[in-house]
Design a protein around this ligand. Sequence first.
Ligand SMILES: *[C@@H]1O[C@H](CO)[C@@H](O)[C@H](O)[C@H]1NC(C)=O
Ligand SMILES: *[C@@H]1O[C@H](CO)[C@@H](O)[C@H](O)[C@H]1NC(C)=O
Ligand SMILES: *[C@@H]1O[C@H](CO)[C@@H](O)[C@H](O)[C@H]1NC(C)=O
Ligand SMILES: *[C@@H]1O[C@H](CO)[C@@H](O)[C@H](O)[C@H]1NC(C)=O
Length: 167
Amino acid sequence: LCLSCCSVFRFILLTGALSLPAENCSGYRTCGQCLEQPGCGWCTDPSNTGRGQCIEGSYRGPFQTAVPAPSTLPGPTSSPASQPALNISMCPSDTKYNWSFIHCPACQCNGHSQCVNHSVCEKCEELTTGRHCESCISGYYGDPTNGGSCQRESLGMNMGQGLEVRG
Ligand SMILES: *[C@@H]1O[C@H](CO)[C@@H](O)[C@H](O)[C@H]1NC(C)=O
Ligand SMILES: *[C@@H]1O[C@H](CO)[C@@H](O)[C@H](O)[C@H]1NC(C)=O
Ligand SMILES: *[C@@H]1O[C@H](CO)[C@@H](O)[C@H](O)[C@H]1NC(C)=O
Ligand SMILES: *[C@@H]1O[C@H](CO)[C@@H](O)[C@H](O)[C@H]1NC(C)=O
């Protein structure tokens, strides 16, 4: 049900019938999560590992959402400043970046493995495991998605689990 809502939303965005206010896409760490948000697209970097960045945008490309410093002069020049502007250079395909808005690329190894045959994570490095190198190997913890790291589980971590720091 949610998926079909998203599809409808995406279709509306695709046809340009509605433009949503820019949302903060940068917190989404996988292409899958990113593309579930209407108004967010994924820019895969050239590493061939699926690593990338979730950015506000449309099917045409990423939007520049940083609001420029407000003009000191009052007048009509200040009003278009908040409008997000398409900027293809933020995900330049001529240098092997790849913008996705509807479907994620097949290669999704979270930055921890090269892809072979377009989609297979050849060997998950940096203490990661899983089909998409999305988990830490046993005995390590962390969030390895999108190039994140895994650390050794320390005794202190385990003992601190029941404690609360009050401030
Ligand atoms: C967007 O989210 C990221 C990560 O959650 C955060 O670091 C950043 O400050 C947020 N930016 C804005 C403009 O809210
Ligand atoms: C578009 O994005 C590129 C890369 O982030 C940046 O260097 C450039 O200034 C931007 N163009 C505009 C018009 O803001
Ligand atoms: C770019 O991403 C699309 C999916 O959004 C995928 O079909 C295509 O193969 C990708 N291109 C490259 C060069 O990886
Ligand atoms: C890649 O594809 C080739 C040909 O289909 C196959 O022989 C090979 O085993 C595949 N490699 C992996 C890692 O899946």
